[in-house]
Design a protein around this ligand. Structure first.
Ligand code: 3UK
Length: 526
């Protein structure tokens, strides 16, 4: 059993402990951007410099939020743990969003400091004038910035670090102090900041990474899912750091050849992807992948959305390793139901991860009989404390020790859990949330669109992608060029992974008596 100390600091456990226990010279991070390797001692020094710079130069106090809009890099690692080490609360943030999204994250969280990778600066620059609380913008690398409001000062990350001491003791906190936030989106309304506590990462590392993956010091992790996702943060940061293993970071865009090349060259032992990424990797013809060697991989891991059985079979046949599908969530922090090596049931999410309990309940909250579908509730000690400033949403989601996952599940006679869909209209594209309402509202703002309904539809690989049913205003015609225009229009306005992959022009939409679109009827249209 894992013992969680009453007083602790997660950075002390995940960073300092490695050096204290003699792993200072072990490689902690390989940055594939330039091939540089960083030992645990070097990472610790960098973490300390960030902590000192935040506290002494930028006057960051405990509990203050530090928004991290960062590519996967040593700077991410140092910013995340550096903030935690002084009791501040980092917010790893999705790098694929649009400027208005960042305006919301920065104002909602009241972050006083934002640390931003230079290539991502253009995403926040246009909204700086609308920020009420930001005082310091720290840029990693060089970026051009004009018209910065007077109350925001711009700093260079590297320079701040050079001027800061590399020695820092972690601030002693309660195991139940806030540690970091992660934003998660729902069907309607703004994203919710899930507040995770100091002990949460320990629970996931012990229960899942050690309990299911048997992670150890000799592992080399490579995650296609970026560090700003709850999934990637565990996979490629606090899992390997929990045991003093090595993580391989890649700051670039998704590309199957690059993924294969990195996994081959770095001899990754744990490979983490989402179903869409596995589909793209397997879509390359064998002649094109002969030069790659994945024999070092102990397990592939898949999460974010259900892994179609065909992808499991094709991967195993091609590369020899099993893909362990597991379900996790931002609120629970990581995977709580998972397949295990040797006993995988393709198509199922697996069995409970140690440390978690599950209930499947009907609408009245009573347990359904084995084999029947109901709403999945989970209990376990990595669940977030609350959503920031969203008391009603918190109460709807977290019920005492239990949390509503929003998923429909059934458990079979052998204890395996089978995913049966969402209980709301949310869908996942490439493992990332898409709200049909947001896509609909965006389409509706185009002059040609009278009304529309967006649902998930299966592509050729059996993976879900957004599909739009559109009723046009009478003066417009449903042509291919209008289809392309609407797609381009959506891509420009909201995060690109949300655009409809198909647009069907229809005369009318199925509606309830009160005029609400019946998305389930659209889904049945296929
Ligand atoms: C869905 C799955 C079927 C499900 C996540 C691993 O995805 C993660 O977190 P999110 O908050 O989404 C959570 C929701 O996504 N889902 C995730 N995995 C599966 N559905 N099969 C799966 N294997 O609806 C769940 O409620 O983005 C995944 C680790 C940490 C995570 N945060």
């Amino acid at each position: 059993m894992l013992e969680i100390p009453e007083r602790m600091n997660a950075a002390g456990i995940f960073v300092d402990r490695n050096v204290r226990e003699g792993r200072g010279d072990k490689v902690a991070v390989i940055d594939t951007a330039d091939g540089r390797e960083y030992t645990y001692a070097q990472i610790q020094a960098m973490v300390n410099r960030v902590g000192n710079a935040l506290r002494d130069t930028l006057d960051t106090r405990p509990e203050e939020r530090v928004l991290c809009l960062l590519l996967d890099s040593p700077a991410f690692v140092a910013s995340f743990f550096g903030a935690i080490k002084i009791g501040a609360v980092p917010i790893p943030t999705n790098t694929l969003m649009k400027p208005p999204d960042y305006e919301y994250f920065l104002n909602d969280s009241r972050a006083r400091v934002a640390i931003v990778s230079a290539p991502l600066v253009p995403l926040v620059a246009p909204v700086l004038k609308n920020l009420h609380f930001l005082r310091h913008l720290v840029v990693v690398g060089d970026a051009q910035l004009d018209d910065v409001p007077l109350d925001i000062s711009v700093h260079n990350f590297e320079l701040l670090l050079t001027q800061a001491s590399d020695r820092l003791e972690p601030l002693e906190l309660s195991k139940d102090d806030a540690c970091f936030w992660l934003y998660s989106s729902g069907t309607t309304g703004f994203p919710k900041g899930a507040i995770h506590l100091q002990h949460d990462m320990l629970i996931c590392a012990e229960n899942y990474a050690r309990g299911v993956l048997d992670i150890n010091e000799n592992d080399r992790t490579f995650s296609i899912a970026k560090l700003f996702f709850a999934y990637g943060l565990g996979n490629a940061l606090y899992f390997p750091f929990y045991v003093g293993a090595t993580t391989i970071l890649y700051p670039g865009k998704p590309d199957p050849h690059t993924f294969y090349r990195i996994a081959t060259d770095s001899k990754a032992t744990l490979f983490f992807g989402v179903p869409t990424a596995y589909a793209a990797l397997l879509a390359l013809p064998e002649e094109e992948t002969r030069e790659y060697d994945l024999s070092s991989v102990r397990y592939g891991v898949s999460a974010g959305e259900a892994l179609p059985p065909a992808l499991f079979e094709r991967w195993k046949e091609r590369w020899g390793s099993e893909i362990l599908d597991g379900i996790g969530s931002t609120e629970i922090l990581h995977i709580f139901i998972s397949n295990r090596g040797g006993v995988v049931r393709p198509g199922a999410s697996g069995t409970l991860v140690p440390g978690y309990e599950a209930r499947i309940v009907d609408e009245a909250g009573n347990d359904v009989p084995r084999g029947e579908v109901g709403d999945l509730l989970i209990s376990g000690d990595s669940i977030c404390a609350a959503y920031w400033n969203k008391h009603e949403k918190t109460k709807d989601t977290i019920i005492g020790r239990w949390i509503r996952t929003g998923d429909k599940y059934l458990q079979d006679e052998d204890g395996y859990f089978h995913y049966q869909g969402r209980s709301d209209d949310m869908l996942k594209a490439g493992g990332i949330w898409v709200s049909p309402v947001e896509v609909e509202n965006t389409l509706m703002s185009h002059p040609a669109v009278l009304e529309c309904g967006v649902v998930g539809a299966e592509d050729d690989e059996g993976l879900i992608k957004p599909k739009a049913y559109v009723v046009l205003r009478s003066e417009y015609e449903g042509t291919d060029s209008l289809r392309r225009e609407l797609i381009g229009y959506v891509k420009e306005r909201i995060a690109v992974y949300k655009y409809p992959r198909w647009i069907v022009f229809v005369e009318q939409l199925p509606k309830t008596a009160t005029g609400k679109i019946q998305r389930y009827k659209l889904r049945d249209l296929g």
